[in-house]
Design a protein around this ligand. Structure first.
Ligand code: C5P
Length: 233
């Protein structure tokens, strides 16, 4: 089922809990993304606290290291009972397989595991010049997505503009989790490959990840519900 994930990019437990308190009377409990900023500041305790408040959690730590380290780290994270977590596809198929192994609990259950393809802040030009990757960015993303599928992962993080391409290459049940979302009337910030919640729905995203358009809005609950209305309904 399609859902809106709110990227809670705050640097303290107090800030994120104050933000989430605003949703206390909201008819829908946001799916929350905890990224590096908050996790490094507030640690596993904040994950447990937000989970205890009844939110689903995407732990966005984008692991990228040697397979053995990623396997052991995922084993630690699997005890946190999050709903989704991720690695960089650039870490190779072997690393993604190791991540999946580490994340799978003894009873066979595990959170969804997805792979970052190319960050939505990366342009074709930067990929060519800084990373020395010369192929069209769409082809790179489709290839990374296919590697993630081969490793047994559930889907990828990609720009909404590439969701259709990913589905075409990897099948319709392979998840496209898409940041880079902006309302039609708003600023892009540092994101490059962006679109609106409504368009992300048309292209085939399964989850949109929305940060500043909600967290920095004057009325975050209204901004969140606008995303839900455009994307889920
Ligand atoms: O504030 P904004 O809506 O740009 O936030 C997008 C969120 O999605 C950030 O937390 C960012 O780390 C994350 N993200 C991204 N591009 C990716 C993967 C994750 O923007 N490819």
């Amino acid at each position: 089922m399609k859902d809106v994930i709110v990227a809670c990019d705050f640097s303290s437990a107090e800030q994120v809990l104050t933000f989430l308190d605003k949703f206390a009377s909201c008819e829908r409990k946001p799916f929350v993304k905890i990224g590096m900023e908050l996790y490094y500041a507030a640690g596993p305790a904040i994950v447990r606290e937000i989970k205890a408040r009844g939110h689903r959690i995407f732990l966005d730590l984008k692991l990228h290291d040697i397979p053995n380290t990623v396997r052991k780290t995922m084993k630690v994270l699997s005890a946190l009972d999050v709903d989704m977590t991720n690695v960089h596809a650039a870490g190779t198929i072997e690393m993604m397989k190791a991540a999946l192994e580490g994340l799978t609990r003894e009873d066979g259950t595990r959170p969804l595991l997805i792979a970052v393809t190319q960050l939505t802040s990366t342009s074709q030009e930067r990929m060519e010049q800084d990373l020395l990757i010369k192929e069209p960015i769409g082809e790179v993303i489709a290839h990374y997505a296919d590697n993630a599928r081969k490793a047994g992962l559930d889907g990828v993080v990609c720009s909404p503009l590439e969701a259709a391409l990913v589905k075409e290459r990897c099948g319709s049940s392979f998840l496209a989790v898409t940041p880079g979302i902006r309302f039609a009337d708003a600023a892009a910030d540092d994101q490059v490959r962006i679109t609106t919640p409504a368009r992300a729905k048309e292209i085939g995203s399964d989850f949109i990840v929305v940060g500043r358009p909600v967290t920095a809005a004057q009325d975050p609950v209204a901004a969140y519900l606008r995303c839900v209305e455009e994307f889920c309904e």
